[in-house]
Design a protein. Structure first.
Length: 140
């Protein structure tokens, strides 16, 4: 029972740290100040933020369940793998954002988010969730 509690606490901490790191990195690449926009009620950025957290949560979950834990060395290896897959997820999210934005000539994601275009935020949310499914499928 103590092992399960320890694993839960460790993975919870690693997961939260990696989700916040992913959020911060993506906020660096998208030229919109996420905290300020959310404070002002920009729903499009809210959707993007939700996609980041939900997507990373899904990727991290898949990384955790791909490792059978129970011993200290397996827990250490599991946390290392979780961090590696989360970093791959961060890279994949940023890459997908720019590729879809580049291919989509009808409008610009960056401008749409600044203009509070909720539909664009929902679209980006979907891109992030889709990428999370792909990365998770590779992990498992």
């Amino acid at each position: 029972m103590l092992t399960v509690i320890l694993e839960t606490v460790v993975y919870l901490c690693i997961g939260l740290i990696m989700m916040m790191l992913g959020y911060w990195v993506i906020d660096l690449f998208i030229p919109v100040d996420f905290p300020q926009e959310i404070k002002e009620g920009n729903k499009s950025v809210g959707w993007v933020s939700a996609g980041i957290y939900a997507g990373f949560g899904f990727v991290i979950r898949s990384a955790i369940i791909s490792i059978s834990t129970g011993e200290a060395t397996e827990l250490l290896q599991g946390t290392i793998n979780t961090v590696i897959y989360a970093v791959i997820g961060i890279i994949a999210f940023v890459f997908a954002y720019f590729v879809v934005d580049l291919v989509n000539k009808k409008f610009n994601f960056n401008e749409a988010l600044k203009e509070k275009n909720e539909a664009a935020g929902i679209m980006i949310f979907g891109i992030f969730i889709g990428i999370a499914f792909i990365v998770s499928g590779v992990i498992q």
